[in-house]
Design a binder for this molecule. Structure first.
Ligand SMILES: Cc1cc2nc3c(=O)[nH]c(=O)nc-3n(C[C@H](O)[C@H](O)[C@H](O)COP(=O)(O)OP(=O)(O)OC[C@H]3O[C@@H](n4cnc5c(N)ncnc54)[C@H](O)[C@@H]3O)c2cc1C
Length: 437
């Protein structure tokens, strides 16, 4: 069961505006004719369907747009679209020979500002490696390294299959060209209920979430609490959970039964046309992982969020408060991974997602300040001795290494030792990097 709370300032959002690319690309474009001449040796090394794209090419601008551009704008001088695994190898070899930095790009939703550190390099756009093959026994699927999650979800749904969670991964060790995943029959459709509360119910909602987790009137100026429960199974099984949230007194309840693996994304506001999937609009978070909800700290954080959404620049921001099932995570032997220990101890994840219009610079400093205040308010409620932790995909590039990768010396040393083995020259160092020393 995935529980999530969205504290939404607005329940409907305007569409994103398209922004022109930042000034960084323009001087490069002027020099590109020369660059193209220099770079012609690469294309013959690649397969027929691979492409090499320069800033003067028609496709260039579209390939620079990211989930959170213009705030996140890695600096590229050329885009390579490999069509085969060998194309990826050849491109990396070529880049290494010339000493050019490179960065793999798939969904382009990575939002840590460390991605902006790439000093004019090659974008290795993985989207042509977008393939999904289910094996004949129906127990595994081979998935290309440029496949997006929604594509996989829909392809598997057509065969009544779904994946489990992925272990490992990380962005600092290499380029994944394909991966074999275990797949499972979809056990049942989902039952959903979405509760909307006035903001005075914050403590009651979070107390109830803590309670459930420990067992394995809208005011015009105040954000709402939108709490959505997704249960994979029939309504009678979900009803006992729903009843407890109804007892708190929501303003409205929107139930949905027999929801399939595709429609669930729409109903939980995570579909392709939802605000979460908007592209080319600056946004940032301030990820905070927690062992449980401390309602005093959450109220302090919520008050800061209320000030944030009262600021017209940030009025469409949301505050995600999520709880993840931990059974499967804790079933994995901690000695078999170098993942931060806090990842298996902290089921609650808070993330104010702050959107603003216009240039990145216009709101960035204030957004970062608000985000950090919210984060520190939440951390102030950590139980004695508990460490500050941020899930690496929710990190925005301002976090300390240990805050993302853990504090346990042995594990950190093991992670750094792996980095030395697999990436001794630190070629994969742009996503919340693991340092070599
Ligand atoms: C609105 C929004 C909501 C988000 N919600 C969530 C969420 O719910 N859960 C969550 O975990 N994260 C979330 N994120 C963070 C984002 O999903 C992660 O940063 C994820 O890594 C992005 O993957 P991507 O392929 O879209 O990104 P990209 O920006 O293309 O890649 C991110 C990093 O992965 C590397 N990479 C890409 N493809 C490959 C490959 N084939 N092999 C090796 N490395 C590769 C890139 O080089 C880069 O370092 C969210 C981000 C945004 C903007």
């Amino acid at each position: 069961m995935r529980l999530s709370v969205v504290l939404a300032a607005w329940l409907s959002f305007i569409g994103a505006q398209a922004y022109t690319l930042g000034p960084v690309q323009k001087p490069v474009a002027a020099r590109t004719h020369r660059l193209k001449l220099v770079d012609t040796p690469l294309k013959p090394l690649l397969s027929e369907n691979a492409s090499v794209i320069f800033p003067i090419d028609d496709d260039w601008d579209a390939l620079q747009i990211r989930g959170t551009s213009p705030r996140i704008h890695p600096n590229f001088v050329v885009v390579v679209e490999p069509a085969t695994e060998e194309d990826v190898q050849k491109t990396v070899q070529y880049a290494s020979e010339l000493g050019l930095p490179f960065l793999a790009v798939s969904g382009s939703h990575g939002w840590t500002k460390t991605l902006n550190n790439i000093p004019y390099g090659i974008q290795i756009n993985m989207r042509k490696l977008n393939s999904i093959t289910l094996d004949s026994s129906g127990t595994t699927a081979t998935v290309g390294g440029g496949t997006l999650q929604w594509e996989l979800n829909r392809a598997l749904y057509a065969r009544n299959k779904q994946t489990g969670a992925l272990r490992g991964a990380g962005h600092n060790f290499g380029i994944v060209t394909s991966v074999e995943l275990k797949v499972y029959d979809i056990p049942s459709n989902w039952t959903l209920s979405t509760f909307i509360y006035s903001s005075d119910k914050l403590e009651a909602v979070l107390d109830l979430v803590n309670k459930i987790d420990s067992d394995a009137t809208r005011s015009p100026n105040l954000p709402l609490i939108l709490y959505s429960i997704s249960y994979q199974g029939p309504k009678p099984e979900a009803d006992p959970y729903f009843a407890q949230f109804e007892a708190i007194g929501p303003l409205t309840v929107k139930p949905a039964t027999n929801v399939n693996n595709v429609d669930i994304y729409k109903l939980t506001q995570n579909s392709l046309d939802s605000v979460a999937c908007t592209r080319n609009r600056s946004s940032m978070g301030s990820g905070t992982s927690l062992p449980l909800w401390n309602t005093t700290a959450a109220r302090a954080a919520f008050d800061i969020f209320t000030n944030l959404t009262a600021d017209p620049r940030f009025s469409q921001s949301v505050f995600l408060l999520e709880n993840y099932g931990m059974q499967g995570v804790q079933a994995v032997d901690p000695g078999s991974t170098s993942l931060s220990l806090e990842e298996r101890q902290y089921p609650a994840v808070a993330n104010p997602t702050i959107w603003w219009n216009g240039s990145a610079a216009l709101g960035q400093a204030d957004a970062e300040a608000y985000g950090e205040q919210i984060r520190q308010a939440l951390f102030s409620g950590l139980p004695e001795g508990a460490k500050k932790h941020t899930y690496v995909n929710y990190a925005v590039g301002t976090e300390h290494f240990n805050q993302m990768y853990g504090y346990d010396t042995t594990r950190v040393q093991s992670l750094k030792a792996l980095k030395k083995v697999y990436d001794p020259n630190d070629r994969f160092g742009y996503y919340n990097p693991v340092p070599l020393v």
